[in-house]
Design a binder for this molecule. Structure first.
Ligand code: PM9
Length: 470
């Protein structure tokens, strides 16, 4: 068993977990249409669906919430948040939003027009949805290595500059409203971008008058990887590296539900005062006043404190180490994973695990259902179901990465929970040959279908089918 460093916190309050029998899980899975997104959380034992809004807040955050200023206009809590974003991320203008996709909506509405092209280092579900809803076309300009789960490249989030340059030449800089850079890259398994690469992206984009917008949801995790893996930044603090990342961008969309340990909230930040003015004009339509943007004053307090905690080295180290601990156990047992282990999740290569399940029967959705059935551990599907359909052709998109994402909430689960997850994932892996068919849609929503879709086993003898479960 690998040794694991002690967490830099102790537990002050606990929430009981509910265990279930296999029969109860089978019933819950059926009721959820075989979609782990539709399970009731009370039927889940260890919830690794997401690290978004599921983090444990600190005593400092809870204390700050009591000081929330709930004034409709001009709340003190907004100005605290604005000061925290200026200090740690370095952006001048802050537009608060209810969560990340609120920021993406406003950003896409002010910058994207029909016929525009938006390059990015791999798509993200909500980000691309808003780009497309505003008439844009997303172009993946990430390095090829990011699409290869086994590749050990230390910065699989890097942009392929040749791909970006080719797109600029092909469509012209005037039809590219911005370059969208995620740090880390969620759909690649939480893989970081290097500062050297981001510097070149910024130079190339600015040479053509194109702004660079950061998806900052997990930029602190990215800063940690830069400090570990990029020699020039080894002696710098995570806080300093975070500032350097942001300095190479013109603004950021942020889901504060990730790095900042908050249960809800987000923001859009911009350097350009004219764009910020346009964003403020929209925030009052879609989110709330420009000094709360859909958040309560107490939420803004929790985020302000969370931002400062997020860059504390012992916190970020413990977070990444815990993810690596789980990853190491699965790697040692021979599970095919996205390598190296990323910042927020361990991702199992479901296409490699279940080679006999056709892609149109969704191997990752199938494997996630099997894992839940085994132990009550809920993972997330990050493959073809998440990728959705091409809006022009209506065809399913089949990304090369067909992943089951074991996403670790921050400061929530212990090493023993990770051991239990590893045992279950390994057990399911050992029985993988029994899964030779997958799932088919019985209900498919138009937008972000992975959240609310319903499925049925493709074959009556599937181990997931009711008759097969003892
Ligand atoms: N990410 C995740 O589980 C939450 C729901 S899945 C759509 O990974 C990035 C990189 C994210 C992200 C959410 C958002 C949207 C933007 N960018 O969920 O709206 O990982 O706060 O943020 C989820 P919100």
């Amino acid at each position: 068993m690998p040794r694991h460093p002690a967490e830099p916190w102790r537990i002050k309050m606990v929430e009981p977990l509910r265990t279930t029998t296999r029969r109860q899980r089978q019933q819950a899975l059926q009721a959820a249409g075989y979609n782990i997104s539709l399970l009731r959380s009370e039927d889940v034992y260890i919830d690794l669906y997401t690290d978004s809004g599921t983090n444990a807040m600190s005593d400092r955050q809870w204390a700050a919430m009591m000081t929330g200023d709930e004034a409709y206009a001009g709340a003190r809590s907004f100005y605290r948040l604005e000061a925290a974003v200026r200090e740690y991320y370095g952006y001048e203008h802050l537009i608060p939003t209810h969560q990340g996709r609120g920021a993406e909506n406003i950003l896409s509405r002010i910058l994207i027009r029909p016929g525009h092209h938006v390059p990015g280092n791999m798509y993200f579900t909500t980000t691309r949805a808003h780009q497309e809803l505003n008439g844009g076309t997303f172009h993946d300009v990430i390095i090829d290595e990011a699409h290869d789960p086994a590749c050990e490249h230390p910065f699989k989030g890097n942009v392929d500059l040749a791909k970006l340059e080719r797109l600029i030449d092909d469509v012209g800089p005037r039809s590219i409203p911005y370059v969208c850079v995620a740090a880390t890259v969620n759909m690649a398994g939480g893989q970081p971008i290097s500062l050297a690469n981001l510097t070149r992206v910024h130079e190339l984009a600015h040479r053509h008058g194109i702004p660079v917008i950061l998806d900052a949801a997990r930029a602190v995790e990215n800063a940690w990887f830069i400090k570990q893996r990029e020699k020039a930044w080894r002696e710098h603090s995570v806080a300093a590296v975070l500032r350097e990342i942001c300095a190479r961008t013109d603004g950021a969309a942020m889901s504060a539900k990730k790095d900042s340990y908050a249960n809800i909230g987000g923001w859009l930040a911009l350097r350009d005062p004219h764009l910020a003015e346009q964003a403020r004009n929209l925030v009052v339509l879609y989110e709330g006043l420009h000094t709360y943007g859909g958040m309560a004053g107490r939420d803004m307090e929790a985020i302000s404190v969370g931002i400062a905690e997020s860059v504390q080295e012992e916190n970020i180290k413990a977070r990444i180490d815990q993810v690596a601990y789980l990853g190491q156990q699965l790697a040692d047992a021979g599970l095919p994973l996205v390598r190296p282990t990323g910042g927020h999740a361990v991702c199992i290569d479901a296409a490699a695990t279940l080679p006999r399940v056709p892609r149109e029967q969704f191997p990752a959705q199938t494997l996630a259902a099997a894992l839940y059935l085994d132990s009550g551990v809920r993972a997330a599907e990050r493959g073809a179901v998440s990728a959705g359909r091409d809006r022009a052709t209506g065809e399913n998109r089949y990304p090369r990465l067909e992943l089951v994402r074991l996403t670790i909430p921050r400061r929530v689960y212990t090493q023993s929970h990770m051991d239990l997850v590893a045992d279950s994932a390994i057990r399911v892996h050992k029985q993988r040959d029994r899964l030779d068919s997958g799932l088919v849609f019985v209900h498919e929503p138009e937008n972000l279908r992975f959240f609310q879709a319903r499925f049925a086993p493709a074959a009556p003898d599937s181990p997931l089918a009711p008759a097969q479960i003892s």
